[in-house]
Design a protein around this ligand. Structure first.
Ligand SMILES: Cc1cc2nc3c(=O)[nH]c(=O)nc-3n(C[C@H](O)[C@H](O)[C@H](O)COP(=O)(O)OP(=O)(O)OC[C@H]3O[C@@H](n4cnc5c(N)ncnc54)[C@H](O)[C@@H]3O)c2cc1C
Length: 567
């Protein structure tokens, strides 16, 4: 059942077995798993079923936010049922076993669980995300196993068989609307924002949640277990702001809450020039029709030996905003994206990244490209519009044009190393519900910048060794290119700020995601990840939500008293 804010009477107390706060992908998967396991669940969502400006403004940063790297709040989170899945690209990638290892480069952030603890939940997470089988290497997928990304290029320390998978793209609010309405034992409350987790006076258990509507009504939620699934930054904000009996915030005995903020290191610093002709540069599809794509990755042995952060590198189209690419297709896409139609076609953050130019758009030069390339451009427009927008079910996640001269720009997407200085802090500015706002300080170190150069050199050496191509740098100043690329581009992935640890001295939540020192309070979010991997984090976040739901349901089935220690 879905209830709107109008159905919330002043001073109402919602009572339930488990309350999940936040109906993004992780909250929805966790709540539905719990309800399916027979647990009574309330899912509390700040936004409505559609976009709502008032709710969205609650996520706005402090007006003094001046983080060069960080994206604006309206580009990076969405307050509505389904959360930021209304904006996401739908790229689903698994974290690798090496991410969970103790490594010198991440010595200050160790994982209290191993890959084996999450692997059993990956298929379920893929089911929720709608990205098919949990198979992330081409050799494990019979229909594409026999092909190589580049003919004659084997997998060695540099590999080309690892895959990303793409979801439908799954907009969780739309995809699970019927389940949210009809699942027995689940009540979804929309337009209700949790502004504080109130603990008992002794501070070691939750007493209730304070919830508010935008028109001034206030009430409370009382449950046996409380799951905060409000997204990485908002989960951190809620724990920091819940300072009634814990002046530094909940789970912050070790001082880690809001620290170690990680996104990903990204940049386009080089172009690959293949001398071999047979190159798979586009998406492929597996037998279920799921879009998959190969990428350059680095073996765990090589990462250990060289002390490299984990990374993936893939081929992209040349910048569409620069008509020098000479492609009518790319010019057509560019002009469509900067037209008033553009905002209906692509999330604003992704559109901005693709269309930004130093000067005014060179519309005439783009039109000339289209006229020169008219028939292929029209054929592409028809084919792609159908596959991306009109076809029912699975949509094409994007497109790639064959590179002129067999050259492709490389996109580096790598692990952002954990830094104490990279952080989120609560400020004294307040939102419309009186909750303190946040401000971010995203930090990248020399080692982060250097990782882009090192990874690119390794690809170059691998291609040359096998005589299939080489890499051309786009500039001598690689670090400057990365710095420019990352301007306003961080924060789409939010890890580290409520990290997992064995003891309260080292992190915020325990291996079962229970907040250290506060019984019955859990965080289901990518913010619990102690390191950031090469992978986009949502799939693992959902897997952890499924694991938490199983843990809570099993504890209840075993008759464990509410709020008893989870570990
Ligand atoms: C442009 C873009 C592209 C992306 N592409 C990818 C991708 O390809 N692959 C990938 O893995 N990830 C991607 N991401 C990241 C991905 O969207 C997030 O990792 C994911 O949505 C996190 O899920 P979540 O449920 O934790 O949080 P969210 O999706 O942010 O949902 C949190 C929910 O909690 C609600 N909420 C917040 N505060 C409160 C409160 N106090 N009380 C009640 N409710 C509250 C919000 O309204 C929201 O509905 C992308 C993000 C962006 C912006």
């Amino acid at each position: 059942m879905i209830r709107g804010p109008a159905q919330f009477a002043p001073d109402l107390a919602i009572r339930t077995d488990v309350v999940v706060v936040g109906a993004g992908p992780i909250g929805i998967a966790t709540a539905l798993e719990l309800a399916d396991a027979g647990v009574e669940v309330a899912l509390i969502e700040s936004g409505l079923e559609r976009t709502d400006r008032g709710a969205q403004e609650l996520a706005t940063f402090d007006s003094r936010q001046d983080d060069y790297f960080h994206s604006r709040s309206e580009l990076m989170v969405r307050r509505q049922v389904g959360g930021t899945s209304a904006l996401w690209g739908g790229r689903c990638v698994k974290f690798d076993a090496i991410d969970f290892e103790d490594r010198p480069i991440t010595a200050e952030s160790t994982w209290p669980i191993g890959f084996d603890d999450v692997e059993p939940y990956l298929q379920r997470a893929c089911d929720w995300a709608g990205c098919g089988q949990a198979a992330f290497n081409a050799r494990d997928i019979p229909e594409v196993a026999a092909k190589d990304m580049v003919t004659g290029l084997p997998d060695e320390d540099v590999r080309t068989t690892d895959l990303e998978r793409w979801s439908l793209p799954t907009r969780f609010g739309r995809e699970y609307r019927s389940a949210l309405r009809n699942t027995p034992r689940l009540t979804v409350w929309t337009g209700l924002t949790c502004t504080e987790v109130v603990t008992t006076e002794t501070g070691d258990a939750v007493d209730h949640l304070v919830v508010k509507t935008l028109d001034g009504r206030q009430g409370r939620v009382v449950a046996a277990d409380y799951v905060v699934a409000t997204g990485g930054l908002e989960a951190t904000r809620l724990l920091l702001a819940s300072d009634r009996h814990h002046p530094a915030g909940l789970g912050n005995a070790g001082g880690h809450l809001g620290r170690w903020y990680m996104s990903h290191v990204e940049g386009r610093v080089a172009r690959v020039h293949f001398t071999a002709d047979d190159v798979i540069y586009e998406h492929e599809r597996d037998r279920e029709g799921v879009y998959i794509r190969r990428r350059f990755t680095f073996s765990p042995q090589l990462q250990r030996e060289l002390g490299l952060p984990n990374a993936a590198v893939w081929m992209v189209n040349p910048p569409i905003s620069d008509p020098a690419h000479g492609s009518g297709i790319l010019s057509g896409v560019y002009l469509t994206l900067i037209s008033p139609l553009g905002r209906f076609l692509l999330a604003a953050a992704i559109r901005e990244a693709h269309t930004k130019t130093a000067g005014p758009p060179r519309v005439l030069a783009h039109l000339r490209n289209i006229v020169r390339d008219l028939l292929p451009s029209i054929a592409f427009a028809v084919r792609f519009s159908y596959a991306r927008f009109l076809r029912r079910g699975r949509k094409a996640p994007g497109f790639f044009v064959k590179g002129t001269g067999n050259r492709y720009v490389l996109h580096y997407h790598g692990e952002h190393l954990p830094h104490w200085d990279s952080r989120v802090e609560l400020t004294d500015e307040r939102d419309a519900l009186g909750m303190r706002k946040i401000r971010t300080h995203m930090h990248f170190s020399d080692a982060d910048y250097e990782s882009v150069r090192k990874g690119t050199v390794l690809i170059d050496e691998h291609l040359r060794r096998h005589g299939v191509g080489y890499v051309e740098w786009l500039s001598d100043d690689v670090e400057a290119l990365v710095h420019t690329f990352m301007n306003g581009y961080a924060g789409f992935h939010q890890a580290g700020t409520t990290r997992m640890s064995v003891t309260p001295d080292d992190g915020v939540v325990d291996p079962n995601l229970q907040v250290h020192g506060v019984r019955g309070l859990y965080v289901a979010s990518t913010s619990v990840l102690p390191t950031s991997s090469q992978a986009n984090p949502t799939l693992l976040g959902i897997a952890l939500g499924v694991r938490l739901a199983e843990h809570l349901a099993q504890a209840r089935a075993a008759g464990k008293p509410p709020n008893s220690p989870s570990a």
